[in-house]
Write a protein that binds this ligand. Sequence first.
Ligand code: FAD
Length: 404
Amino acid sequence: QEHCIIIGAGHGGVQAAASLRQEAYQGRITLVSDEPDLPYHKPPLSKGFLKAPEAPVLELRNEAFYRDNRIDLMRGARVTAIEPASRTVSLADGGKLAYTNLILATGSRPRLPELDGVTLDGVLSLRSLADARRLNEGLSGPKRIAIIGGGFIGLELAHTLAGLGHAVTLIEAVPRLLARSVAPAMANHIQTRSAEAGIDFHVGARISHIVGVNGKVDAIKLADGANFPADLVILGTGALPNVELAAEAGLVVNNGIEVDAFLRCSDPAILAIGDCTNFHQVHAGQRLRLECVQNATDQGRNAAKTIVGKPEAYRELPWFWSDQGDMKLQTAGLSLGADHTITTGALQDNAFAIHHFRAGKLIAVDTINRPAEHMLARRLIGTRATPTLADVQAGPQRLKEMLK
Ligand code: FAD
């Protein structure tokens, strides 16, 4: 009998299992998760979870779903090795499982900066529900919280924690926020508005070390001598793909596990999806790795199609969202390589869209509090009707007509 093993039960792994059944896959499906909880949505961890930690966790699927779809969900189980020659995986408890197809959906983990003091008590990072619970335990009473890193997770946490009444300082090494993700005008807007919400920013600031007293965090010291007292330090310094299993099994790994257009690794019985995967992104015209729910979920769907013999090249348009206080940031497409931008709407209204063009064609739209424009962009970019500069300048009516 066919047996598909999926390593990792996050957004990608759970979708792959669900899609295999939707595609009428008849074999066994085993979903191996090293977490104890039922698989859950990760985005709320930096948003709603800390505001209402006692509220039920948002599960990706309820327990009955796994039973009804004959998906064997192994919780608290860790794959420790893959042997492609014998098509087996080893588990931490000593067990072995044989597969006909294997999907690596191992996700990513927080990147820890090389700083003295990162292992002190009170220095935390956020990836899993267990991390969020640990953070929540540290929040009894008002705290002084220093966040290292001005990326999406750092900024979301800064807003959530400031909103809960904590004193939040955010320290970023490069001169602006979200440097890898959004245009300078967007980053400036976010910084200005976040500062108005009470977040204390230090950008372009080099940290010397994290200061500890009796093994517990006490402050952050900057290279210029500035000192920020802190009860908690949160590391928002990016993520590293979980590729070690793949690399040790001899699969090709290069900033993520390399896959082809059908998400097959260098061993075609093994596929990889989601945060851990390096693939050729057709819209960007280059290989890269993406860390977003859309990519993990859509690659889960395509991986299932590959396995059931209905392969479809992966070419979904990336999209993403981030909630920061009263700003709903949404991105459609990738602005990599943009040579021109147009902004519609007004920054002072906290509702606007930045359109990115490459060689006269719209390639990405980043919006704040403009959900309809975001949806429109998702439907237009990369289609036969990809708008040009003139189309965007002509206004939303023209863009809507292009969909007809
Ligand atoms: P994951 O969801 O990380 O799942 C991987 C799973 O594999 C994990 O449970 C891991 O423990 C497990 N695993 C790894 N190795 C093994 C092993 N050897 N054996 C067994 N299990 C293993 N994206 C958005 O688009 N919008 C957002 O607003 C957003 N907010 C976020 C907020 C936070 C706090 C975080 C952490 C992420 C956020 N993301 C957001 C990113 C999004 O959650 C990820 O892109 C998505 O979870 C990737 O899915 P995945 O299946 O690739 O990996």
